[in-house]
Design a binder for this molecule. Structure first.
Ligand code: PLP
Length: 374
């Protein structure tokens, strides 16, 4: 039987047609009509006024932080329970990440903790410059209270929606509430361009500046003039063509992932000690990955026992993200909160969740998990 991966690409024929269009028009270039179309279509889908296609989600976040005015010595608040890419660009700019714990309801940044931190720092005259709010595994964070305290103290809100394309927060999309939102089209995300990302904003001038910085900051002159240092961060026209095809099937892809989550939930409902990542009352998750926690005393097996049992069956499973405040590279970084993220990391596991995965394959995963329990 073929190996089951956590979240492999899921491509179709529309992608091929858009890529052929790009080839036939000879637009095999870093920008072009496919990119323009992809940006417009994407902005429409997520409900942001402007979208700027870039080479990765990490690049999008780097641009967002720079345009939020983050610089050397500044503090930037960031969810601790996330992938390294949520925080790495903070350090590219010489700023300091300050990590914030999760709440148990959605596994995302705890509004009570972060608002208290913002208030205390503001009163001490050290207002953080920006806040990176992650929507973990496709579940929207509780944006409204966090946005309110950011606005009260002038902290720039940037949403990392890399895992949450197609999720909801009330009637809106996570990623469309901050000064900027970022998305990822890495090979393992909800949609892929083989590699790429998107920066979204409602501010036309900021979108213009993002395009400028992403194309080597070329001043308007024939002779290549530069007054600031930029980056080579634009998304290629070919990758954008793939993205257009993927975007057409976004709703179906999210439905498939949500079905996997419900399938797992049903299968494990009777298993002692297994709890799925909860879905918060404020929005539907994409369930980019179906995640659960395993209480070893009740389940009769540890998270690692289950992961290794699956590995023997050629099924990929991964622990949930190691909290960034526990990462060696961030040793000594400031952290606020309790042990929510640490507890989730100690017991959390992500199961195969790809939109191309069949029900039979999902049953294979379920049987594998159950075989490891007592
Ligand atoms: C994937 C991911 C990113 C980075 O996206 P890339 O396109 O791989 O650079 C950022 N944040 C989170 C939460 C992610 O999962």
């Amino acid at each position: 039987m073929p190996r089951l991966y956590l979240s492999p690409p899921d491509v179709g024929s529309a992608e091929v047609e858009f890529v052929l269009e790009a080839f036939e028009s000879n637009w095999v270039a870093p920008v072009g009509p496919q990119l323009d179309a992809f940006e417009h279509e994407f902005a429409e889908v997520v409900g942001s006024r402007h979208a700027v296609g870039v080479s990765s989600g990490t690049a999008a976040l780097h641009l967002a932080l720079r345009l939020a005015g983050v610089g050397p010595g500044d503090e930037v608040l960031c969810s601790t329970l996330t992938f390294i890419a949520s925080a790495a660009p903070i350090t590219y700019l010489g700023a300091k990440p300050v990590f914030i714990d999760s709440e148990a309801q959605s596994w995302n940044m705890d509004p009570a903790v972060v608002c208290e931190v913002i208030e205390r720092k503001a009163k001490a005259g050290r207002t953080p410059k920006a806040l990176v709010l992650v929507h973990l595994y496709g579940q929207s964070a509780d944006i409204a209270p966090i946005k309110a305290c950011c606005e009260r103290y002038g902290v720039k809100l940037i949403e990392d929606a890399a895992e949450a394309l197609g999720a909801s927060y009330g009637e809106t999309s996570p990623g469309s509430h901050g000064l900027f939102g970022i998305h990822s089209f890495n090979g393992n995300k909800i949609i892929t361009t083989s590699g790429g990302g998107m920066l979204v904003t409602d501010d036309a001038e900021l979108a213009r500046q993002a395009r400028f910085l992403a194309t080597q900051a070329r001043d308007p002159a024939a002779h290549y003039q530069h007054s600031t240092i930029g980056y080579n961060y634009r998304l290629s026209n070919i990758c954008a063509a793939i993205g257009r095809g993927q975007l057409l099937r976004l709703a179906g892809k999210v439905t498939r992932r949500r079905d996997h989550y419900r399938g797992y939930q049903k299968a494990f409902a009777a298993c002692q000690g297994i709890v799925m990542q909860p879905e918060a009352s404020w929005g539907e998750s994409t369930h980019w990955l179906s995640c659960l926690t395993i209480n070893p005393t009740k389940a009769g097996a540890t998270t690692d026992d289950v992961r290794l049992a699956l590995e023997k069956l050629d099924i990929e499973a991964r622990p949930i993200w190691k909290p960034l405040h526990l990462q060696p590279v961030f040793a000594g970084a400031e952290y606020h909160g309790g042990q929510v993220a640490e507890g989730l990391f100690a017991q959390g596991l992500c199961l195969p969740s790809g939109s191309g995965m069949s029900v039979d394959d999902r049953d294979r995963v379920i049987a594998g998990v159950k075989s490891a329990l007592k």
